[in-house]
Write a protein that binds this ligand. Structure first.
Ligand code: SAH
Length: 350
């Protein structure tokens, strides 16, 4: 399969253009067609010489995703199922917020992490996404917002979170280069403060992140207040101890000068015990994290359930009273199967 042109950063594109015998400004014009006024087809690039387009076409594709399904929830959440060139599918979501849209992106087809509550985990890992396939999710979602605007949600200034399918730290090189393209003012020009990686916290991945040049936000999905609890809910990330994961995430937060987030999925009878809230508060005492509590978005074929409202509020109260900032994040789009990997799974089963 040809490489996607959207996988190339500015420097690589300049080099490619020069190597093909064209002046550097052509590389800028090409980027404009990819990012500023995305055309989606070669013949839309009207100011580029035919020879340049032919040379590019021989080596590169520009269409990496096709929308196969678009669902809109009653709460405004939009969920997309994209087909990749090899027939695999991934999901992305647009979540409308008061003054911006949040784009939730996938980093892999499937996932190797085996978390008990996650739909994506069920099928295991199929493959890593290429950076161009990640970048194109942003472009497709921006296009959707431009065509069908949401009040207060400017398509050029979304928040971007890697909370879709996959474990981003298991595909760090592609995730890092997609982020570089997103942040590059000559490409998508997003603000780094609006981009966030969410990870189940594999130790090797966190160490590579720490040593990398990435400086975007980090959410650590914890899933347990001690190692055995964590392992029973999140078996693979559970191989890294809770305290190692937190230490590494804290060091990363210090390096980039930004407080981290701990994501805690609330599952009735498994992760909603008030003792777990107390343990979590102890773990986070004097550490620079806030907590997002996410009531489980239940899967079709599973008996795990979200706790009731009262229990959710009681869990939050234990944390806040211990001085830990804790927020309840309603998982939107239940009516359209918006939890990580659900749509992909239904598509495969149908
Ligand atoms: N692998 C990464 C990113 C994908 S999951 C990670 O673990 O962070 C993104 C977030 O969605 C995680 O915090 C995960 O705990 C949460 N999540 C996954 N399935 C869910 C479900 N069914 N209900 C609620 N949250 C879920």
């Amino acid at each position: 399969m040809k490489e996607l042109l959207h996988s190339l950063g500015t420097a690589e594109m300049d080099e490619l253009t020069a190597g093909l015998g064209h002046p550097r400004y052509r590389s800028g014009q090409l980027r404009d067609w990819l990012y500023r006024h995305p055309v989606g087809a070669w013949d839309g690039m009207t100011n580029l010489p035919a020879r340049f387009i032919e040379q590019l076409q021989e080596r590169y594709d520009i269409e990496g995703l096709k929308v196969v399904e678009r669902r809109v929830s009653r709460d405004g959440t939009r969920k997309f199922l994209f087909e990749l060139r090899d027939g695999q599918t991934v999901e992305s979501v647009i979540i409308p917020m008061a003054d911006h849209a949040t784009f939730c992106l996938s980093s892999q087809v499937g996932c190797a992490m085996a978390c008990r509550f996650c739909a994506t985990a069920r099928g295991g890992l199929v493959r890593n996404l290429k950076s161009g396939e990640i970048v194109q999710q942003v472009i497709a979602l921006q296009q959707d917002l431009a065509d069908d605007p949401l009040p207060g949600c400017h398509s050029a200034h979304p928040n971007v979170v890697f909370m879709g399918m996959g474990e981003p730290l298991d595909n760090l090189p592609a995730v890092a280069s997609s982020i570089a393209i997103m942040l590059d003012p000559a490409c998508l020009g997003l603000s780094r403060r609006r981009v966030r990686i969410s990870t189940s916290g594999p130790g090797d991945g966190l160490r590579k992140l720490l040593d990398s040049e990435l400086n975007v936000g980090l959410t650590l999905s914890l899933g347990g207040s001690n190692d055995s609890e964590r392992k029973s809910i999140m078996p693979v990330p559970g191989r890294t101890s809770v305290s190692d994961s937190l230490d590494l995430a804290e060091r990363y937060g210090k390096r980039i000068g930004r407080r981290g987030t701990v994501a805690w999925v609330l599952i009735a009878g498994k992760t909603d015990h008030l003792e777990q809230a107390r343990n979590l508060a102890d773990l986070l005492a004097r550490r620079p994290f806030k907590v997002n509590l996410i009531p489980l978005n239940p899967l079709d074929d599973d008996d795990l359930a979200a706790p009731g409202q009262e229990r959710t509020l009681a869990f939050q109260k234990v944390l806040t009273e211990a001085g830990v900032d804790a927020f309840i994040r309603a998982s939107g789009g239940r009516d359209i199967a918006a939890a990580c990997g659900q749509l992909h799974r239904r598509h495969q089963a149908s």
